[in-house]
Write a protein that binds this ligand. Structure first.
Ligand code: DC
Length: 225
């Protein structure tokens, strides 16, 4: 049986960390859609273009090729950008890029194709509402701003990315605002999604909770499977 799981939620809610672990346990393919918006942002910055310049940024649609490798590596036009796309300069600009409809349509098309042939767990902002509206399971993962900022700060430091907690908290607040106020496919909880507040949960607890939700939903949906 081919299963699709959508995990949406605000910045740094820990979606990718747990989605990766859940995918490994269940044998699904993990698709990090945020990495695709980040790679596109990296490309614009490499080209010296201002990410707030809509017309200049959408010009690269068609010329940017993004590959998400199974081991988690991200390639942009054959360059390994896995680490570069996590840098604060990219995080600080990615919400502008993600607000441009032309770029979203370009990337969403690829995301839908990736979900066609495998069981997938896909995380992002608009997966349950726009990319995969018929997903079998939809989860909206949230946590307080303070918790999210601290988690992202720790993650960056462990990866050797220099930043301050204040800078990360400001970035998280700014991205939440832009991501949920854009016109096209904004960050919002799908009507049929289950909200999971992970503020006081460990990674292992979140992984277990998500696996239980998936199990329950699939049994309800396919009682004879
Ligand atoms: O999940 P992330 O922090 O890596 O995502 C980076 C940015 O990309 C985020 O600020 C919003 C945008 N994004 C989006 O608009 N839609 C998605 N499906 C995934 C990410």
């Amino acid at each position: 049986m081919k299963v699709t799981v959508a995990i949406d939620g605000p910045a740094a809610a820990g979606k990718s960390t747990v989605a990766k672990l859940v995918a490994k346990k269940l044998g699904y393919v993990y698709i990090d859609t945020g990495a695709m918006y980040r790679a596109y942002t990296w490309y614009c910055m490499e080209k010296g273009v201002d990410c707030q310049d809509h017309d200049a940024c959408i010009n690269f649609v068609g010329e940017v090729s993004i590959v998400l490798k199974e081991d988690g590596a991200v390639l942009c036009n054959d360059i390994d950008v896995t680490r570069a796309i996590r840098e604060p300069r990219v995080s600080g600009n990615v919400s502008y890029i993600a607000s441009y409809k032309e770029i979203r349509l370009f990337l969403v098309d690829q995301q839908r194709k990736m979900a066609e042939s495998n069981s997938v767990i896909m995380d992002g902002r608009d997966i349950g509402t726009y990319v995969l509206p018929n997903a079998d399971v939809k989860i909206f993962q949230i946590a307080s701003v303070e918790t999210r900022a601290k988690r992202r700060y720790d993650e960056n430091i462990s990866k050797g990315i220099t930043c301050t907690l204040e800078e990360i908290e400001e970035d998280v607040r700014k991205r939440d605002y832009i991501d949920s106020h854009r016109d096209f496919a904004p960050l919002t909880c799908a009507e049929d999604a289950i909200t999971l507040d992970t503020s006081n949960m460990s990674i292992e607890e979140v992984v277990d909770a998500i696996i239980n939700i998936i199990d329950k939903r699939l049994k309800e949906k396919y009682p004879n499977a």
